[in-house]
Design a protein around this ligand. Structure first.
Ligand SMILES: Cc1cc2nc3c(=O)[nH]c(=O)nc-3n(C[C@H](O)[C@H](O)[C@H](O)COP(=O)(O)OP(=O)(O)OC[C@H]3O[C@@H](n4cnc5c(N)ncnc54)[C@H](O)[C@@H]3O)c2cc1C
Length: 451
């Protein structure tokens, strides 16, 4: 009997982004529709997870309660309470890894010599992941018709959100995946670096809410790779796309094996690095007004659509952590309010990675120069003009550094559409040098090695 327990803590998390809430409600409605076609009904219950699920199990006479596990510390703590409550009531509790394509246990099994621990580095993890993945198990599920009472399903209105024009569903997500694999995926190696094209898969929200399974994405990518007529560059692109799914599983297993506290950096030695909690330019970063067009374009894309191109995410995160010296958690929490996808393990893992405090600690932090990145990956300024209309009429050569053209013309920045574009909030070269100086000083302290 399929059931959905709407726990107040889970609902509060969904409610933090109205776009996310609308997507979630749409996904639940679509699940209800598909269960209806299988002759059953989703039973919704509202209340604290452990007590509500246990009461429902008793009411229905269930012997076993199975759920898809989460990968963030707060939800895992709730699930541990659920397991204890069910076992105390003499019921069987079974948490399954439904989100990843390859479960944490399957990859960890490859290191049984080290007690089956997880991986902290992506390279060795991916090699094992490639070997461990298997075709999805297929079969037919039979449901009992459920006549048990149900609470109201979640609706966008409840979260003050508008319903989405196109309801998320498994059919829509599979269609999007097939369209992607038929064309854009064959150029993915380039597309993942070119923000103007927006031709990565855009599957993150569907993966996060389960309207498509990572196993399905990997299986269909493998099937596409069996096409004998692929060019070698197309094959490499499909393999790179499949590795993006491995990276997703990597961060899920990292959260599963290593995340004991939601807000701790993975690298113990970096936990004391003096990142700042605030900065005079923090609001400018949050609002896309730093005066660095690529950073601002990315943030404005996120605020307008609930999604940001992957390459620009790295550059905007680097700017916050290294140019402004602000803690990665501040950035993660700011984006969480706008992103549609809801994957705390991926947000934590990627933010820590970008800040140089997570997996694969490099010798030096990877500080991106936002102007060089814009020249390299948006040479015609298509992306910048799309998201920063104030700069639309600037010539290509001046676009990445509009303040220099303003200086030359001795004018305040362009007033093309009545709004001005701000001067840079910091001098990138100067602050990046200063950050590196502080970083090197920190890691050279004798006490650092003692952690
Ligand atoms: C600072 C920062 C924060 C991020 N925060 C999130 C987040 O909160 N939620 C989230 O889902 N992703 C996050 N990402 C990862 C990645 O940017 C997004 O998954 C991707 O942009 C989603 O777009 P897409 O579906 O078109 O991706 P594609 O490039 O088409 O990739 C397909 C899928 O692979 C997975 N994937 C791709 N890149 C990564 C990656 N770096 N890490 C883990 N999985 C990946 C995603 O599930 C993605 O949907 C973040 C990246 C950075 C640098």
């Amino acid at each position: 009997m399929p059931a959905l327990v709407l726990d107040p803590a889970g609902l509060a998390r969904i409610a933090r982004s109205s776009r996310r809430a609308a997507f979630y409600c749409g996904a639940v409605a679509s699940l209800e529709g598909s269960l209806g076609r299988h002759g059953t009904r989703l039973v919704v219950r509202r209340g604290p997870l452990a007590a509500t699920a246990r009461a429902l199990a008793r009411e229905t006479g269930a012997q076993t309660v199975v759920w898809s596990t989460s990968y963030d510390a707060a939800s895992l703590a709730r699930e541990r309470r659920l397991q204890a409550a069910l076992e105390e009531a003499g019921l069987r509790a079974l948490a399954v890894h439904d989100a990843p394509a390859v479960t944490p246990e399957e990859t960890a099994a490859a290191r049984s010599d080290e007690g089956g621990a997880g991986y902290r580095a992506l390279g060795p993890y991916t090699a094992v992941w490639e070997e461990a993945r298997r075709p999805p198990v297929t079969g037919t599920l039979r449901f009992e018709h459920s006549g048990f009472p149900s609470d109201a399903p979640p609706t966008p209105v409840e979260f003050g959100a508008a319903p989405l024009a196109e309801e998320p569903s498994e059919g829509r997500a599979l269609g999007a995946l097939d369209t992607f694999l038929a064309g854009p995926a064959l150029q993915y190696r380039t597309a993942r670096n070119i923000p103007a094209d927006e031709s990565t898969s855009h599957l993150s929200a569907d993966l996060s809410f389960g309207t498509i399974a990572a196993r399905t994405v990997v299986a269909r990518t493998d099937a596409r790779l069996r096409d004998a007529f692929l060019l070698s560059e197309e094959r490499l692109s499909l393999e790179t796309f499949r590795r993006a799914l491995a990276q997703r599983d990597f961060f899920l297993q990292l959260a599963w094996f290593f995340e004991t506290e939601p807000d701790q950096s993975l690298q113990p030695k970096m936990r004391r690095f003096p990142f700042l909690e605030g900065h005079p330019a923090l609001d400018a970063w949050r609002e896309g007004r730093t005066g660095y067009p690529l950073v601002d374009a990315g943030i404005r894309q996120l605020r307008a659509t609930g999604w940001m191109h992957p390459r620009v995410r790295l550059i905007a995160a680097s700017f916050l952590c290294f140019d402004l010296g602000v803690d990665w958690r501040v950035g993660r929490d700011a984006w969480e309010r706008d992103l549609v996808e809801d994957e705390p393990a991926l947000a934590n893992g990627n933010w820590q990675w970008a800040a140089g405090v997570g997996a694969d600690l490099a010798q030096f932090p990877r500080i991106y120069n936002p102007r060089k990145q814009a020249r390299a990956f948006d040479p015609r300024g298509t992306y910048l003009r799309r998201w920063i209309p104030e700069l639309a009429t600037l010539p290509d050569a001046e676009l990445v550094d509009p303040s220099s053209s303003a200086r030359r013309a001795q004018i305040a920045l362009p007033l093309f559409d009545g709004s001005t574009y701000p001067a840079p909030v910091v001098d990138h070269e100067e602050v990046a040098r200063e950050f590196l100086r502080r970083y090197v000083e920190f890691v050279s302290r004798p006490s650092w090695r003692g952690f």
